[in-house]
Each structure stands twice: as structure tokens, then as C-alpha cells.
Design a protein around this ligand. Structure first.
Ligand code: GAF
Length: 382
């Protein structure tokens, strides 16, 4: 699949322009546990996956730069002197965002052409936008020899998301997509923006994503709203971020909070504790605890943090009732997208059949199921 994407972008580039100078691949991500903790300076456990975006690029003498999205069959040309978010921009804003943020740092670019294509399902909570941002910044860094470090690049990607897509995201997605390692997940400390890689081996269990194919329109504003709640509570607690607070600290100011805000802050503090417990369980190969922590994380996201939806809750409840699954939870920002499931390899086939059938029965629409491999982060390809 990856090789096919790379072949396609090269071919298309040759057809539209000439030979590409640099070709990069930037992956999407999963997150084992630690959801909505990143913008609270907390812990998360993401991994890059074998689905992503391939992008080919070269300089041009033209007075405009051009980007071509193979999957949309859309082309977009722009002046580098006139970079601003488009009102109805989709993929274009991620590209403009990276350029705009580079320019804000005083970095001057020459004109270029680029072509990209990807296989990360959109709106599935697998970070297709972070993969696109990272592919653009990484390719520009190579092409113009900008000398940016990976950390500098992911911060530019994140700013592009804030200022051009309007999502005040944390750093997890861009980090995992940039720094991912084969067969490993990254135990991230989002305060220091650093990580430790852990080899992941779920023995007889496979990681399976089930996509509800739901994307709620309000997900961006609801996401920003969750972040604002956490910042309000941190201010009351007089800490920089919820990472620095304990449950006892939170209980001390409980009377000053609306119950729903208390629950949200409590969720974040508890989820941070769960990430570390999860890491220990992985080290001890204790899959029972791994599974329980996944279910607890989902419960918190659904009931306390309120970022789930009927379809996600249905899938997790279904997983709970199935002997084939030891743990499941919603993944990513929420309000739709995927659940992550640990399914026994011997029962994978029957589980897939049963869950697809049950989902269709309940919602009169299809879910999609993917197996994923943990893979390396953004890189140049030959
Ligand atoms: C989205 C955001 F982009 C991430 O930064 C993170 O907050 C995630 O939702 C929730 O954990 O993917």
C-alpha cells in the first residue's frame, strides 16, 4: 500500500511537472492510551502506523507554487507572498498553514510544486491532518535545506493546525507521526515533548481499529471547548497545566466548579495515572490489566469528559461482551472516528463478522475495520 502511494505521487508529479526532487512518507497514528492529556502537559502512548501520506516535491521557476491532491483530484496554486487561511479551505489550509508558520519564523522559501496522496481514512481519529502537515514541513526542510530539527518541525505543524485549521490541538499527533518507531509505541511526556519507545507485543492479541465512519460537525469547537475547561480549572488550581495537579488538589476547589467541569478535570488527572499504570502493565506483560485500563479510559472519555458518541459507546459495549476482546476504547479527539480493540488472533475473523453485523443492525450503516502495524515516523523515501 505504502509503495503504491509512493509510486502514484511520483508518477503524477512527472505527468504534471517534471521529476520530483524529494519524496517523503509521513504516517498517521494510533494512541494506546492517554487521550486529551497532551494539551494538559500530560502523558500519552501513541504510535505511528503503516498508513500515511506520500508527498513528492521540487522547486519551480514559476511565479506561483502549486499543490495537487491526487485523492481529491484538485489542484491549488498560490503566491508565497500572499499566504493566509482560506475560508472554506480543507487540505489547502494545512499546506498554507505550514508555509505561513515557517514565514512567521522569518524563513524564506522559493516556489515549489508538490503532489500528495494518502490512505488514512479522514475523520477517523488517525491524524491524517498531522501526517499532511508533517509531510509538507519535512519535505520543505529537505528541499530548501532549512536545517530545522524534528522538534521544530512538529511545533510548526501544530501551529498550522491551530492557526489555519482552527483546532487548538496538543502535540501528540504531530509528535507520533514524526518520531514513530517500528513495532513500538512512544511513551510521551507532553511537558518536555519527549518520549521513550517501548516494543509492543500483545502476544496472541491483535490491534484492531473499528471506524464508526461518524464525524460530527461540531467536533472542532467541542475539542477547543474541552481545552478551555482544562485551562480554566488549571488557573483556579494555580498550576500551569492539569498535569501538575492531584485529585486531592482538585477536590479542594470542587465547590468552585460546575460538576461537569470537575468531572472533566478529574478525568484528565485519572487518565494521566492510567498511562503510567498501562506502561507498567506492558512491561509486566499483564494483558488483563492492559485491557481493563482501556475500558476505564473509555468510560472516562464517555461519561466524564463527554467526547464519545452513541456509535463509539456501542462498539465498546459490544467488545466488552465478546470473549474475543480483552480491551477497547475510543481513540483520538472523539465525537466519532475509531475504537481501538485488542482482539484474540484466533477469533479475529468471527469477531469482525459479528461486530460488523451488529453495528449495521443498530445504526443501519457500515463500520470499517483495519488491522494496523506500528511503523516508523516521517522519512524521506528513494
Ligand atoms: C486530537 C488532537 F489533535 C490531539 O492533540 C489530542 O488532543 C487528541 O485529539 C486527544 O487525545 O487528535
Amino acid at each position: 500500500m505504502k509503495n503504491k502511494l509512493i509510486k502514484n505521487v511520483k508518477q503524477k508529479f512527472e505527468e504534471l511537472f517534471s521529476s520530483p526532487k524529494v519524496v517523503v512518507f509521513s504516517p498517521g497514528r494510533i494512541n494506546l492510551i492517554g487521550e486529551h492529556t497532551d494539551y494538559n502537559d500530560g502523558f500519552a502512548f501513541p504510535a505511528a502506523i503503516n498508513k500515511g501520506i506520500a508527498l513528492a516535491i521540487a522547486k519551480t521557476e514559476n511565479e506561483k507554487s502549486t499543490a495537487f491532491a491526487i485523492d481529491k483530484d484538485e489542484s491549488f496554486s498560490f503566491y508565497l507572498t500572499d499566504v493566509a487561511p482560506l475560508n472554506k479551505g480543507g487540505w489547502q489550509n494545512y499546506i498554507l498553514g505550514v508555509i505561513g508558520e515557517l514565514q512567521k519564523k522569518g524563513i524564506e522559501l522559493g516556489n515549489f510544486n508538490l503532489v500528495f496522496s494518502g490512505n488514512i481514512p479522514g475523520g477517523a481519529g488517525m491524524s491524517s491532518s498531522a501526517a499532511l502537515e508533517n509531510s509538507v514541513v519535512f519535505a520543505l526542510n529537505e528541499l530548501f535545506q532549512l536545517g530545522l530539527s524534528k522538534n521544530e518541525m512538529i511545533l510548526i505543524s501544530q501551529k498550522a493546525e491551530h492557526n489555519y485549521a482552527g483546532v487548538h490541538c496538543g502535540i501528540m499527533d504531530q509528535y507520533a507521526s514524526m518520531f514513530g518507531e517500528k513495532k513500538s509505541a512512544l511513551l510521551m511526556d507532553c511537558h518536555s515533548i519527549s518520549s521513550e519507545a517501548f516494543q509492543i507485543n500483545f502476544k496472541n492479541y491483535k490491534l484492531v481499529l473499528i471506524n464508526t465512519n461518524v464525524k460530527h460537525d461540531l467536533s472542532e469547537s467541542a475539542y477547543n471547548n474541552r481545552r478551555a475547561v482544562c485551562e480554566r480549572v488549571s488557573k483556579l488550581l494555580k498550576v500551569k497545566a492539569l498535569r501538575d495537579a492531584t485529585i486531592q488538589d482538585l477536590n479542594r476547589i470542587k465547590s468552585q466548579l460546575k460538576e461537569e467541569d470537575y468531572q472533566k478535570a478529574l478525568y484528565v488527572i485519572q487518565e494521566n495515572i492510567r498511562v503510567r499504570a498501562f506502561m507498567k502493565a506492558i512491561e509486566n506483560q499483564d494483558l488483563k490489566t492492559v485491557g481493563e485500563l482501556l475500558y476505564q479510559s473509555h468510560e472516562g472519555l464517555s461519561q466524564q469528559y463527554q467526547v464519545s458518541c452513541a456509535e463509539l459507546d456501542f462498539l465498546v459495549e459490544f467488545a466488552k461482551k465478546s470473549d474475543a476482546v480483552i480491551g477497547a476504547r475510543m481513540m483520538g479527539g472523539g465525537f466519532g472516528g475509531c475504537t481501538l480493540n485488542l482482539v484474540h488472533k484466533k477469533e479475529l475473523k468471527s469477531f469482525k463478522k459479528e461486530v460488523s453485523h451488529a453495528f449495521k443492525n443498530e445504526f443501519q450503516k457500515d463500520c470499517s475495520i483495519y488491522k494496523v502495524k506500528l511503523s516508523k515516523g516521517t522519512h524521506v523515501v528513494d
